[in-house]
Ligand binder design. Sequence first.
Ligand SMILES: NC(=O)c1ccc[n+]([C@@H]2O[C@H](COP(=O)([O-])OP(=O)(O)OC[C@H]3O[C@@H](n4cnc5c(N)ncnc54)[C@H](O)[C@@H]3O)[C@@H](O)[C@H]2O)c1
Length: 356
Amino acid sequence: MPLSVGIIGCGRMGQQYVDVYNTLPGTELVAIAEHNPERRRVVGERFGINALFADAREMLAHVTPDVVAVVLPGKYIHDAVLAAVEAGVRGVSTDKPIGAVLADVDEMVDACAEAGIVFGGGNLQRAMTSVQQAANRLQAGEFGEIIGASVHRYGGEISGGGCQHIAVLRRLTGAEVTEVIAWGEPAEALQQESDEGLQINGQFRLSNGLVCPVFPRDTPHRGVDVWTQDALVRWDWGDPQIFTGLDDNGQRIEIDPNYAPAEYPQFTYLGTSIQSFISVVERGVEHENELFISGRDLRQSLEVAIAAKHSALRGSVPLSLPLEDRSLSLHPVDYRWLGGDQSGRPQTLDEAAGNA
Ligand SMILES: NC(=O)c1ccc[n+]([C@@H]2O[C@H](COP(=O)([O-])OP(=O)(O)OC[C@H]3O[C@@H](n4cnc5c(N)ncnc54)[C@H](O)[C@@H]3O)[C@@H](O)[C@H]2O)c1
């Protein structure tokens, strides 16, 4: 029996989810919840789905799919995830950023954990098979002991795009961020509710004892470096580069990392993210720590971003994680929080129909 799938939110990103679920063997799209009536009609026709609903609660009152993919603007994720938990799905996934207020995200993580429901992440680079393979090799000790890590370009949107950095850093190092000290600029960006334009300088203390410098802009790199005595693994968006040893000029030597390719390369990391999610739902929630990207990972990314902002706001005080004050928040930019229709970047019907 294939796993039945419901998509909640079928805008730009939700339509990509549908393409993946329609391609993977072992899953069957059965329902779509989409708020915008014209887009709902068009995506229903495009994907051949008659079970069309206005929102999560309406959908779940009629049908309980095995898995539900919540692909909504941030403001609406919390309610949809809790509705899926109440309906008794086997797995629910969301995308980034998972929310704005820590307590809301805790509620989602706890509700899934208490009900034994797999809580998946979404379309993040951490889910690339190459990132997973590089991390496995680092942690197996292939390059020796990890002795350093750094984060580059943690700025602009630390909750939106910066989410990617924290998720990859934790996976490559196999460590948690346990303390954040940060400096933030410009001053106006620190005062506002959203992460728009905020640039963070700082350092993260990791659970393996390392202190990881954080740079706000291109160094010229834009991702995460992790190094051992004579090797460097560099995630700079895309497949991580691997360097081992030095040439006669003392320059690092890049090697062919020989990554095994993804099964559905056309879907890049959304495909591998969903494959890993489906595999864990099939095998059971006790395998949840094998998810390439989970709801918990998204919470950690948000929590680090919030800690960075608040450390900077309070004069670069060290803040320990988990943060004590769960009422703290950081909103993403309007497009991520409210979606295209409300932020002025609506998807046209032609695009939604797959014609543009
Ligand atoms: N991981 C990534 O690379 C990435 C990239 C883009 C977007 N995203 C995330 O994906 C999510 C969706 O982004 P998008 O680009 O598809 O946005 P979008 O605005 O194109 O689509 C969102 C859709 O959800 C619908 N919607 C809004 N509220 C709803 C509700 N309560 N119930 C049902 N439908 C509702 C809207 O009508 C719209 O069609 C956001 O969380 C965004 O941050 C992630």
